[in-house]
Design a binder for this molecule. Structure first.
Ligand SMILES: Cc1ncc(COP(=O)(O)O)c(C=O)c1O
Length: 348
């Protein structure tokens, strides 16, 4: 039975068209600035995001870490939302590499301008210097939540008033744009730097980009080399990203529809979630008892892979390698597994 892998949208395989584009890519040594496909990708991404320049990097984490290096000095503090990828999933790199600490504000990944104002520390000898606000849109741990555009505008205005930099972790910005009906460049406009990923729902095997002013990206290029991210014939990878942007961006709305379908099915089966809160391609469901690992193992026995975030919380992410029928099959398997685990409506 084919595996239905809902652990993440990073598990996608390159489509035949993408593989063909990658195989035929024109390449050169990008550390010498001589890879035409990387250069084309960087120009197209900068134009799409409405920024002066962009830099191709191996991963979203590296894009975020370079942004920290561009905006901060060791000992600084960075304001982030609850559960931010920067603070949770980058192996402590913010502290280890840029030498910054994080101040976490808000609930579920989003936060208000007032919370930024309250968290920004006044400049004193004994305080860390608050230098950056980082927004994540959509928010991964927050369940694919879109950061409301009006709130971003208010946050940006306070950040400007306080002299703070603004970075957007837009690993899934493409999903945020489709869900909110806003253009990608509108969502990026308030920010100094934006990182985006091609390797999530867009389906490319590798690659992210950091974009911003020519000056910021010039500095970022140096930091990329420092972190070991200077790549040589990277046009092979950039071709996958270009293909993804052109052919696999609009279809993200199918992932959103599949996430709605999945959420409705899970709610029906007794998982704790409100389908109305699902905005993009991530579904987070709670259990009324601590059996998430057990349920994930049972589902895996029937070829459905899901992620257990903690003892009572499961995460499902829809993507281009799971179609509507796959989602219906996942609902069937998960409903059965939940009964076997002793759901309130189940037999055990
Ligand atoms: C919001 C967010 N930012 C950054 C990243 C990091 O991307 P990568 O896995 O390419 O380092 C991820 C990965 O899932 C993410 O969800």
């Amino acid at each position: 039975m084919p595996i239905i892998d809902l652990r993440s949208d990073t598990v996608t395989r390159p489509s035949p068209g993408m593989r063909e584009a990658m195989a035929g890519a024109e390449v050169g040594d990008d550390v010498y600035g001589e890879d035409p496909t990387v250069t084309r990708l960087e120009r197209e991404v900068a134009a799409l995001l409405g920024k002066e320049a962009a830099l191709f990097v191996p991963s979203g984490s590296m894009g975020n870490q370079i942004a920290l290096l561009v905006h901060t000095r060791p000992g600084d503090e960075v304001i982030v939302g609850e559960g931010a990828h920067l603070a949770w999933y980058e192996s402590g790199a913010g502290a280890a590499i840029a030498g910054v600490q994080f101040a976490t504000i808000g609930r579920g990944g989003t936060f208000s301008a007032d919370e930024v104002r309250a968290a920004a520390k006044p400049l004193r000898d004994y305080h860390p210097r608050t230098s950056l606000v980082a927004v994540e849109n959509t928010h991964n741990r927050g369940g694919g939540k879109v950061f409301p555009a009006s709130e971003v505008t208010a946050v940006a205005s306070v950040a400007r008033e306080l002299g703070l930099g603004l970075h957007l972790d837009g690993a899934r910005l493409w999903n945020a744009a489709l869900a909110s009906g806003c253009a990608v460049n509108e969502l990026c406009a308030p920010f100094d730097t934006v990182s985006v990923c091609f390797s999530k729902g867009l389906g490319a095997p590798v690659g992210s980009a950091l974009s911003g002013s020519r000056e910021a990206i010039g500095r970022a290029r140096r930091f990329r080399k420092m972190l070991g991210g200077g790549m040589r014939q990277a046009g092979i990878l950039a071709a996958g990203a270009l293909y993804a942007l052109e052919h696999q961006r609009e279809r993200l709305k199918d992932d959103h529809a599949n996430a709605q379908l999945l959420a409705a099915g899970l709610a029906q089966a007794g998982f704790l979630l409100d389908p109305a809160t699902i905005e993009t391609n991530v579904v987070i469901a709670r259990l009324d008892s601590g059996r998430a690992e057990q349920l994930a193992a049972l589902a895996a026995d029937s070829s459905v892979l899901v992620g257990a975030l903690d003892a009572r919380t499961l995460r499902f992410v829809t993507h281009l390698d799971v179609d509507r029928n796959g989602v219906l099959e996942a609902i069937r398997v998960l409903t059965e597994a939940w009964k076997q685990c002793g759901s309130p409506g189940g037999g055990v």
